[in-house]
Write a protein that binds this ligand. Structure first.
Ligand code: G6Q
Length: 551
């Protein structure tokens, strides 16, 4: 194991102790009163960067709270850790790797050496190859075996090799090539691939096998089945026109039968959930074109520059992270709901779920000692307004405090009249209602105005009262464009780093995922071969036996 930077646990810092006392008072604050007593609140508690506005004024805090949280960030070493990440230090200590997703969007002129290699030069060499390849497909110059242009692109990958490309292709739908339909197959459940293969034509379909390791069971099985399907409809000589790979494992790609000429590499210092900016983004570049893909990278780079240089007090990722820690470690809230009021951000909550929970869902500190405080909350959500007609009830009147991140664009990417004003009105009305609530007196007055009897009013008031004081952030962008999407993702990536630093966890390993990759192997062989009941409990044995009996 490498040398590990020792630093005090969060709970032993002076700022944390002061915050605890501050919380004893702040927990009783009412957002309504905070707004009433300070007309400048929105201006004081909002930040702008890289085309995004973060309004964090609807949170149960004030300037003094933020000052203490910034002190906490300083005491926990957020700035040196941020700088270590950008410099390519091996901050992923359990795997002895840097975490250099920021190098993937660094301009060509940047020089950043890791183990004697200029990684930015390598990054741009791959980007240039991606550009040539994607332009050939998009222009129709690259054809399938019958001479027709490619119409369908199937990304076969899972986890970090799937969630980002799927999310970004959907988010940037407005920019997509009219001839190309993007598909994503991830699940080892054959229903996933089977449903897709029923709709596509082998002569005009391109398969992208996206796997950092090129060993992941789900992806390899889907890739083999897709290859078999293709070979039963064409010939091996035609494979190169229809199968390309994205991986760090050249040998694995060759063994699968894909020519390394048709492989786009990336590097072990790119974590799966941080890999959308690398060759893993090929499907995104195919969909939106390379100029837009470069704008996507540039948007993320703009957020990187902001994160790197802005004082903590104006630093958007730092603020977002600290507000999250305030609720997680002082209010003990266990989840955050992500509410994009933009249909094209449909997959964004799922993307953040992996980014945050896989990065900071840890129980030990970097030095292996148990954490003294709770780490990553559960991240979940769905697009607005759909969520309003489902689980928002619990957010308004349930017994848990669940902060919400609202995300919206000022301008839509469509021209349908009236829809966007209705959407934004709902978004702002929800955050206002969470903040204000509705008092018993207000409910009573409404019911009296309706002419209801006193006894009916008394019975209804508790049900129609909203406690309010429920916190939220609102992130507003001009429009959902490649650059703003890049900045938005980078904002949350850096939030993860800041929170990981406060909790003192390694945000860049994922041993729980690795475990999943080996767990099923024994049972899979028992389902198709001899059972080994001595290896399992009665429940697992019972389930295996039930399946075998029916096979
Ligand atoms: C991401 C994780 C995980 C990974 C998948 C796919 O950070 O490590 O989600 O991306 O398990 O792995 P491969 O790309 O190696 O197939």
């Amino acid at each position: 194991m490498p040398a590990i930077m020792h630093r005090p646990a969060l709970t032993t810092t002076a700022a944390y102790q002061t915050l605890k006392h501050h919380y004893d008072v702040a927990k009783n604050w009412q957002l309504r009163s905070l707004f009433a007593s300070n007309p400048q609140r929105f201006f004081e508690l909002s930040a702008e960067a890289a085309g995004l506005l973060l309004d964090y004024s609807k949170n149960r805090l004030d300037g003094a709270t933020m000052a203490l949280l910034f002190a906490l960030a300083r005491e926990c070493g957020v700035e040196p850790r941020r700088d270590a990440m950008f410099a390519g230090e091996k901050i992923n200590v359990t795997e002895q790797r840097p975490a250099l997703h920021t190098a993937l969007r660094a301009p060509r002129s940047t020089v950043l050496e890791v183990d004697g290699e200029d990684v930015v030069k390598d990054v741009h060499a791959v980007l240039d190859r991606m550009e040539i390849f994607t332009e050939r497909i998009r222009s129709g110059q690259w054809t399938g075996f019958s001479g027709k242009a490619i119409t369908d692109v199937v990304n076969i990958g899972i986890g970090g090799s799937y969630l980002g490309p799927k999310m970004a292709c959907q988010a940037l739908r407005a920019f997509s090539h009219p001839r190309l339909t993007m598909h994503f197959v991830s699940n080892v459940d054959g229903h996933d691939l089977d449903a897709l293969l029923q709709k596509v034509d082998p002569a005009t379909t391109l398969f992208i096998i996206a796997s950092k390791t090129f060993t992941t069971l789900e992806t390899m099985m889907n890739a083999q089945s897709a290859r078999k399907w293709f070979l039963s409809r064409s010939t091996a000589a035609n494979l190169p026109r229809h199968f390309v790979a994205i991986s760090t494992n050249t040998e694995g790609v060759k063994a699968f039968g894909i020519d390394p000429e048709n492989m786009f590499p990336f590097w072990d210092w790119v974590g799966g959930r941080y890999s959308i900016w690398s060759a893993i983004g090929v499907s995104v570049a195919l969909a939106i074109g390379f100029e837009h893909f470069r704008q996507f990278l540039a948007g993320a780079h703009a957020m990187d520059q902001h994160f790197r240089t802005a004082p903590l007090e104006q630093n958007m990722p730092v603020i977002l992270a600290l507000v999250g820690v305030w609720y997680r470690n002082f209010f003990n809230s266990t989840s955050i709901s992500i509410a994009p009021y933009h249909q094209d951000l449909l997959h964004f909550p799922g993307y953040l779920q992996q980014l945050e929970m896989e990065s900071n869902g840890k129980q030990v500190a970097i030095d292996g000692t148990p954490l003294p405080v709770a780490s990553c909350p559960v991240i979940w959500g769905d697009v607005g307004t759909n969520g309003q007609h489902a689980y928002f009830q619990l957010l308004h009147q349930g017994t848990d405090l669940i902060p919400v991140d609202f995300i919206a664009a000022v301008k839509p990417n469509h021209s349908l009249e009236g829809h966007h004003a209705a959407l934004l009105a709902n978004c702002f009305a929800q955050s206002e209602a969470f903040m204000r609530g509705k008092t018993a007196d207000e409910v009573r007055a409404d019911l009296q105005a309706e002419g209801m009897t006193q006894s009916d009013i008394d019975a209804l008031v508790p049900h129609k009262t909203f406690p309010g004081n429920r916190p939220s952030n609102t992130i507003l962008m001009k429009a959902l464009m490649p650059a703003t999407l890049g900045a938005l993702i980078a904002l949350y990536e850096h939030k993860v780093l800041v929170q990981g630093t406060l909790w003192n966890v390694n945000s860049f390993d994922q041993w729980g995922v690795e475990l999943g990759k080996v767990l099923a192997k024994t049972i899979q062989s028992e389902l198709t071969g001899a059972p080994h009941p001595e290896l399992h409990d009665s429940s697992t044995n019972g389930l295996i036996a039930r399946v075998k009996a029916a096979m």
